[in-house]
Design a protein around this ligand. Structure first.
Ligand code: SF4
Length: 327
């Protein structure tokens, strides 16, 4: 039977654009295929919410227990939409076990976090480029909240009883100036060793931030966009860092399970870790991971990504499990 692990619901942007301007923004690199029916007029709102309720019911009928609030902007920009979703969820026969919001944390003070908790949010997924240096992070996200302090944010999330998920976008900016200097003065041969030391300290830092889950994301880029240029010029050490993470979690961590889109979840230092393209590393190491259901794998390159995505969507509509795998 087809199982839906989680349902992503995209929050419409009230101003038509995100309050931040992240250098790597995925949303700006492709056209948004979703028509925004939440324009504030009563009739269209009813049509919109009926559609959302229908999708939530369908997901629940397929075993889905998790909803993710996401979108091509910061979901907390649209408080009215979050309140609407709360009412829509009330019409379901059973609540979702997990509601997760994906955010950079902009303007999430204690009051707003309490509101999210009352709404039912169980996990706040904080997307960041550097977990040691707020200023460095600010320069990359151009975060509208100039005073954002990740330690304070995570302390508050934890104190309110919600889960902290740290989503680290892996670029060279993950390093502080001092660390970057150390990497720059290390021979190519010694870089894997330095990267291992660095990653151990990075994971300790996640622990200090009360992380229940940590996701390391390799950046996706669409050639020809300013974001792709930025990502390329900030990726000198990424492979060393990602390889070190994979090595540490596969050697020292415990495999928990494989996620439907292909990544694997590991337990290490008391929190779970996911590396987005971890499966390819496991295959390289000939490590077998049990699949609950076999999935069709579509291998894509930058040139044929759009066509591959369309094909994957077509097959998924037929009820097939499909994993997209970058070549
Ligand atoms: S917060 Fe998300 S949508 Fe907004 S600019 Fe950053 S990456 Fe793009």
């Amino acid at each position: 039977m087809e199982v839906i692990q989680s349902l992503s619901i995209c929050c419409p942007s009230p101003r038509g654009k995100c309050i931040n301007h992240c250098e790597t923004c995925t949303a700006r690199q492709h056209e948004n295929p979703y028509q925004d029916k939440f324009d504030g007029t009563h009739v269209q709102c009813l049509e919109y919410w009926n559609d959302v309720i229908k999708r939530m019911r369908y997901a629940q009928s397929k075993g889905c227990t998790t909803v993710m609030l996401t979108g091509s902007n910061e979901p907390q920009q649209n408080r009215r939409w979050i309140e609407g979703l709360y009412l829509a969820m009330k019409s379901l026969n059973q609540p979702f076990d997990n509601i997760e919001i994906q955010t950079t944390g902009a303007f999430l003070d204690e009051d707003y976090l309490r509101f999210l908790k009352d709404f039912g949010v169980t996990t706040v997924a904080v997307s960041t480029f550097n977990i040691n240096d707020d200023m460095r992070n600010q320069k990359i996200e151009h975060n509208a909240d100039k005073m954002l302090n990740i330690q304070k944010l995570c302390d508050t999330i934890e104190s309110l009883g919600m889960n902290v998920r740290i989503c680290v976008n892996v670029t060279d900016c993950i390093l502080t100036d001092e660390e970057a200097d150390k990497f720059a003065h290390t021979t190519r041969q010694d870089l894997p060793h330095i990267a291992m030391q660095y990653v151990e300290s990075l994971l300790q830092r996640c622990h200090e931030l009360h992380a229940n889950q940590v996701t390391f994301r390799k950046m996706w880029s669409n050639e020809g966009t300013p974001e792709a240029v930025w990502i390329k010029s900030h990726s000198w050490y990424c492979d060393y860092i990602l390889d070190a993470i994979k090595e540490i979690v596969t050697e020292k961590g415990t495999l928990l399970h494989k996620l439907p889109y292909g990544a694997a979840r590991y337990d290490y230092l008391g929190f779970s870790i996911v590396v987005d393209d971890l499966m390819s590393a496991l295959y390289r190491q000939n490590i077998e991971v049990e699949h609950e259901n076999k999935a069709d794998v579509i291998t894509y390159t930058d040139d044929n990504f759009k066509d591959s995505l369309i094909e994957a969507t077509r097959l998924r509509k037929q009820g097939k499990k499909v994993v997209l795998n970058r070549k």
